[in-house]
Design a protein around this ligand. Structure first.
Ligand code: ATP
Ligand code: MG
Length: 416
């Protein structure tokens, strides 16, 4: 039988590396909760139509990256490739817009895209994201960008570039589409196969293409910012003014468009400049999608959101000092004392301490080695003598000192 392995592009996160993940996730929850966001958890699997309708048919995700399958009732289901569509579905399904004027949601979890795996690009990857419903911006847009930057700085990820652009809304988009098409049509034969195929349906996609032949052509394309309506222009100017007022650095990138069709007006990406990420240097992508809620059957509701890829953040995360994971490791001099060890461990755990013990009855040396490896702060050693005297020998594994402590005052001593 061939060896069983995980699916290509889908990785195990082993206990030895989970500390770094917890750091990212804890800091994210703390950051977004400070900005008034509450968590939403939606299913991993959704009806395929949700993603086709929201992300757009002429996108990489929908054309080739979705994990789609038929369930028993011949219903087409898809593993979610991103979080926004599911959030909007839940927002509509539960009529949240009828209950509160503004909703601020965050999510954190795995997403699935069948793309070619590379460093920072996987088939199962984790995203942390936020969505705001009911606020047309631009100040909430600036606040979201500021949130991302302050979260990343709190993690020590400071080598960043924030890029912003405006895609405009309704009319602007149509006008821009026309002038982009007029520019691209004569060059069509020089575009990549994907772009040629999508040209008429979604010429904007060409600007976001990673194919070098497309990028050269995109570089000379007419600028979106020149096509903005007066309202769009004012919205964008106010966004820039708010970021200036916050002291959040950014660069206006008129060629910025993103891989999903649903965006309007504000668009942003945060690039990581520090680690060697290659083409996978987009840490965060976000933007406004004012048309989507109505398109999916709801009332006209403005919306904006972002998502960050946690694997890419990990590649940028500076090494932190390893934290102690256990308070105490209980060690016995003889196998007969194992039950005593388990009882002491149990008492200490009831007091809120993180405690482990080696209950196999192995040598002191091997138990001490395990205590060290488990990054315990203290080892509590019990032998016959200690047991009779109602004491334990407490070793401070960091300082290398030791002392005898009454069992009754052990918790108080450890609390110091
Ligand atoms: P890219 O241009 O790198 O393909 P994208 O535009 O497809 O990114 P989004 O759909 O905007 O990405 O997703 C938001 C974020 O999720 C990205 O900025 C990135 O950090 C992360 N991400 C997207 N796809 C993957 C993947 N396959 N593996 C790991 N992280 C990913
Ligand atoms: Mg992509």
């Amino acid at each position: 039988m061939s060896k069983l392995r995980s699916v290509k592009g889908m990785n195990d996160l082993l206990p030895s590396e989970i500390g770094r993940w917890h750091r990212l996730e804890r800091a994210f929850r703390e950051a977004v909760e400070r900005y008034g966001f509450a968590e939403v958890r939606t299913p991993i699997v959704e009806p395929t139509a949700l993603f086709v309708r929201s992300i757009g048919e002429a996108t990489d995700i929908v054309e080739k990256e979705m994990y789609t399958f038929e369930d028993k009732a011949d219903k087409s289901l898809t593993l979610r490739p991103e979080g926004t569509a599911s959030c909007v579905r839940a927002y509509l399904e539960h009529s949240i817009g009828n209950v509160e004027p503004v909703s601020k949601w965050y999510y954190l979890g795995p997403m699935y895209r069948r793309e070619r795996p590379a460093k920072g690009r996987y088939r199962q990857f984790y995203q942390a994201g936020c969505e705001v419903y009911g606020d047309p911006g631009p100040y909430v847009d600036a606040e979201l960008i500021d949130l991302v930057v302050s979260y990343l700085s709190a993690l020590g990820i400071t080598e960043l570039e924030v890029q912003i652009n405006s895609l405009g809304s309704g009319d602007t988009r149509e006008r821009y589409r026309d002038s982009l098409l007029a520019y691209l049509r004569p060059l069509a034969s020089k575009l990549s196969e994907d772009s040629q195929r999508r040209l008429e349906r979604n010429p904007l996609r060409v600007l976001d293409s990673k194919a070098p032949e497309d990028q050269a052509i995109a570089a000379e394309a007419p600028s979106l910012l020149d096509h903005l309506s007066e309202d769009d222009r004012a919205h964008f100017a106010d966004l820039c003014a708010a970021l200036d007022a916050f002291g959040t650095p950014y660069r206006v990138e008129p060629k910025l468009v993103r891989g999903l069709d649903y965006y309007t007006r504000t668009l942003f990406e945060v690039k990581g400049l520090g680690a060697d990420l290659g083409a996978q240097n987009t840490l965060c992508g976000g933007g406004r999608y004012d048309g989507m809620i109505r398109e999916l059957g709801g009332a006209d509701t403005p919306a904006i959101g972002f998502a960050m890829g946690l694997e890419r953040l990990l590649l940028c995360l500076p090494d932190a000092e390893a934290e102690d994971t256990l308070d105490v490791f209980v060690i016995v001099q003889k196998p007969e004392l194992r039950l005593e060890a388990a009882k002491i461990a149990r008492t200490l755990r009831a007091e809120g301490l993180a405690v482990d013990a080696d209950l196999r009855g192995t040598s002191m040396k091997s138990q001490l080695r395990r205590a060290d490896r488990s990054r315990a702060r203290f080892a509590a050693v019990i032998g016959e003598a200690e047991l009779a005297a109602g004491k334990v020998q407490l070793k401070d594994l960091r300082a290398g000192t030791q002392e005898d402590v009454e069992r009754s005052s052990l918790v108080a001593r450890l609390a110091r």
